[in-house]
Design a binder for this molecule. Sequence first.
Ligand code: SDX
Length: 429
Amino acid sequence: MSQTTPAQINFEGKAVDLPVMKGTLGPDVIDIRKLYAETDAFTYDPGFTSTASCESKITFIDGDKGVLLHRGYPIGQLAEKSSFLETCYLLLHGELPTAAEFEPFENSITRHTMLHEQFDKFFSGFRRDAHPMAIMTGAVGALSAFYHDSLDIHDLKQREISAHRLIAKMPTIAARAYKYSVGQPFVHPLNKLSYSENFLRMCFAVPAEEYVPNPILTKAMDRIFILHADHEQNASTSTVRLAGSSGANPFACIAAGIACLWGPSHGGANEEALNMLKEIGTPERIPEFIAGVKARKYKLMGFGHRVYKNYDPRATVMKQSADEVLEAVGDKNDPLFQVAKELEKIALNDEFFIERKLYPNVDFYSGITLSAMGFPTTMFTVLFALARTVGWIAQWKEMIEDPGQKIGRPRQLYTGAGQRDYVSISQRG
Ligand code: SDX
């Protein structure tokens, strides 16, 4: 990071010079850390549309160009050439691993996939029709009740073990949340399988017959995990960072991230997008739906983004993936896919969407692929949380290891009542 000509703010007759810092890529930042001390005023930015909350080396997004880099590598290249576990290593350590570095990493993850036998009792406490995200939020937070040996966030080894445990156990917990919802027996992880093969087997294997992994689905699953691994300072990542800034243990921080991701404006959009496509049903009903969007009756789920004002590069890969999966196991003329493609075409040529720079985001096509793979819509955000766990933990780790790290504590613009004295109830009204 380098400094450049300071910015100057004139406030109540006082000129204040504020340092400007340049990153490797992307906008410069105006360092306002001394602003309150010098002006007795706060900045005001609800929704953080113009605020950089931290310095990071993990992910870079150019929203205007539709660029997404993880440690400098374009998402399209990682999705095509890497694997999810290799991408996990890259996000955590900053470099693609050599074979000698990757082997122990993969072994460690593989050997942490099992859950404590007592842990499985959590699931039976939920109703069978509990939303799997409700189960994930509760279960992941409960991990800190089992792993007392990796809660010391100031111990490098313990940080590493808890990161590996989270990456390894999320698929097992997610698969159990699914099995519990369909009333099928839990399936234990099988170490000889790859990460994504193992997850699909834990979800779809049944005792009544031998489970045969499908390489096309395994590849699609692994690619979907890569596409969802990290995304700069989005709402759930910012939640994890803020929770972690107080010194909370990593399991509790990831549970906070899962809770935030569940929202329909964020990770919950993939479930809402497929429900929207089902509701539209046929291409003929698209104009009526678009009219409702323009009348602000509802939003086009899976469209729009705070940062991307161009096509989300992940949506491009996701659309290709949908083609492949539908060709392999689904109906390549899947009506929902036809509706999605027609909806995209119409929206991208409609002034309402053009002037607001609304394009498909990662959630627009993912549901079609996941549905064709056999997942119910209620599992879509669970899969997003499973994949994003590595991004959350990498960002948490970067924050904890920042020597300048301090607890996050924003201020406010207060517009409530001025000070006044208490009045007893007999004197009121
Ligand atoms: C994710 O931040 C991340 O990186 C998130 C994520 C990640 O990987 O972590 O990329 C994952 O959350 C993707 C986004 C998933 N959400 C959705 O698909 C839900 C639908 N999208 C919208 O809710 C919305 O686009 C947001 C929440 C994603 C972004 O909203 P912003 O940046 O706050 O933009 P805005 O609400 O101020 O919208 C600007 C204008 C408004 O129009 P006006 O009122 O000014 O006329 O665009 C309109 C909005 O009404 N608009 C939409 C729209 N999204 C924005 N109108 C119709 N359909 C939409 N989808």
